[in-house]
Design a protein around this ligand. Sequence first.
Ligand SMILES: CC(C)(COP(=O)(O)OP(=O)(O)OC[C@H]1O[C@@H](n2cnc3c(N)ncnc32)[C@H](O)[C@@H]1OP(=O)(O)O)[C@@H](O)C(=O)NCCC(=O)NCCS
Length: 179
Amino acid sequence: MSTLIEVGTTRLPDVRWDANVELRKARMKDVEPIYTLIKYWAERGLMLVRSHNHLYENLRDFFVLEDEDGHIVGSGALHILWHDIAEVRGLAVHPERQGQGLGRWLALAAEREAKDLGIPQIFAWTLQVRFFTGLGYHVTTRENLPPKVYQECSQCPFYDNCREIGVTKVLDPDNAFRK
Ligand SMILES: CC(C)(COP(=O)(O)OP(=O)(O)OC[C@H]1O[C@@H](n2cnc3c(N)ncnc32)[C@H](O)[C@@H]1OP(=O)(O)O)[C@@H](O)C(=O)NCCC(=O)NCCS
């Protein structure tokens, strides 16, 4: 696991750890299990549901965790919005694999990819604030995020009743977004 949190490498995460879970970029065959996993948490009000169309179009954003039986037990994505900001989204861990460090691993994979791409700031909309603050994110106000981060809000079913909180982590202070 320690190899993953190293920064400054362009190698995409593709490692195994002692729980026999492999972290890798998503492939087309992963769309259905990613869809099912996100839908599971969306139905419990914790995430936005993502359509197959969305997953196909954004497949290259996604990481997955695959267990030794070939089951997808986690997903996460880094979605670039602008030259100076990317969104960590689609973070979901299988209900039976909660609390084993898998969510942290996925979030760090997205963070490392942002660093490798030279993106100075990442953010997420979330209800799991403490998960993110434990990874060095800070709660932010909507005004302190660039307008680009709202681009999908108009399509969201919770547009008029949004409970999600913005959390952000600056990776490169000299080039991060400033109001
Ligand atoms: C949020 C989620 C991805 C975390 O994944 P996980 O594998 O269970 O979390 P980890 O085991 O990696 O936990 C990492 C740390 O965050 C903490 N943590 C995890 N979930 C937390 C939560 N909901 N609230 C507070 N702390 C949390 C853990 O205690 C752990 O802290 P530690 O390192 O001090 O022990 C997972 O619970 C999940 O799939 N939730 C449902 C979907 C969801 O809400 N996704 C987030 C959308 S933005």
